[in-house]
Design a protein. Sequence first.
Lengths: 124, 278
Amino acid sequence: MAQDREHGLEQAMGRMLQIGVTVAALVVLAGGILYLLQSGGSKPDYGHFVSASPAVTTVSGIVSGAMHMDARGVIGFGILLLIATPICRVIFGVVGFAMLRDRLYTAVSAAVLIILLYSFVARR
Amino acid sequence: MNVLDFSLALFVTSLLAGFLGAMTGLGGGVVIVPALCLLFKVDLHYALGASLVSVIATSSGAAAAYVREGFSNIRIGMFLEVATTLGALLGAYLTAKVSGNWIGVIFGLVLLYSAWMSVHKLDDQPRSSKADALALRLNLRGSYPVNGGREEYVAEHVPAAFGIMFGAGTLSGLLGIGSGAVKVLAMDSAMKLPFKVSTTTSNFMIGVTAAASAGIYLSRGYILPSLSMPVMLGVLVGSLVGARVLAHTQVKTIRVAFVVVIVALGVEMIYNGITGRL
């Protein structure tokens, strides 16, 4: 029985990853088409690093750009969905191991989740 | 070059990288950074950002299939992710402290190591007969499908594997790659897991490891949407096609060709780093 439920957790994780990547890729593609339509002319200079605006470096900036159908905002939103996919997988782990009454691995998954969330809170 | 041509050129290059990466099991990410820096003259930090995004996409896409087939061990993966994510935080932090030239040299060495690893194919290691007490306490065990049945295994040398994984995470955060070759080393050579379990569990972990550096990369402005878009889509499509083709082709010649490319890029990254051009 325990093996069946563990198999269920694996299936759920697999499906979640698949859906997450597909949706993220479609959003990036939509933003990409928008970007190619909106921006004509010569390519931006990528040869030198310049500090970017909050519109592409913060979650709120990206989301508000996407709401205004700004191409970079839409692509950025797709990338955020992509980054969220493995994070969701870890959340599945916390919940799934808790349901399997595996305290050790609920704690291990929670530790990974805390490290991931910390990386978004700790700027730089 | 106008925006459309540039994006198309990036897409095709990434498609090829993803395709070859999947066919050879080396992953496309490992050639994206040198290709962007050396061929497209993109700043190293933007290249790291675009590569990291493509790494998350391909590993999550492939992991979806492996997890459902029952090869990946999610407990071992989750346990070792504690080490890789901590390492990734350190690595991503270091990208702002270490000079681009040093990153180039380290990158070149990792490329050469990956090439060596792929030629010097790892095989299932002989396992010791005594069960590892720590591994049993942490439940680092499992079974995997072999010829219709399932074979049991227990991990060994847990602290060593944990340490190597921290290093793999650091390289992932510093270089914007999945560092699958180092992860496989920890699970195959240290933990003595079956080869198929090592490679698929490594793949399973890559997305989470990369996600830990992604937050830091994003806030520093390394992830440019317009540059990441063609790279991510190209690598993703290329790797999906590569995985399909892999099922029914002999890959010896392709593998050799790709290894030659990797060695050439590795040498050039080291040369550019030493001469201070990155």
